[in-house]
Write a protein of this length. Structure first.
Length: 86
């Protein structure tokens, strides 16, 4: 076994991804209605998740820890949706 840490993802990482999507959209990086719809659907899901996680969080210090466990469950469910979008 290797000594690598398990990958983790925090709310701030998702917020950064939302910013990247927004910037790319402003620059016209997405062409065609089908692509735009797919990107915006993913963006909406990420945004809804961030909003939900922030509402559920207790003190700010626990935000990343509390949402990382939720993210693991959500990523498993999201993998099936992502495959359907692709």
């Amino acid at each position: 076994m290797s000594n690598q840490e398990n990958p983790s993802l925090g709310i701030q990482d998702i917020k950064n991804a939302l910013s990247v999507i927004d910037h790319a959209a402003e620059q016209g990086a997405f062409k065609g209605w089908n692509t735009i719809e797919q990107v915006m659907a993913v963006r909406a899901r990420l945004s809804n998740f961030v909003n939900f996680a922030q509402q559920q969080s207790t003190p700010a210090a626990d935000t990343d820890d509390a949402t990382e466990a939720t993210l693991e469950s959500a990523s498993e469910a999201g993998e099936a949706s992502a495959a359907a979008v692709a």
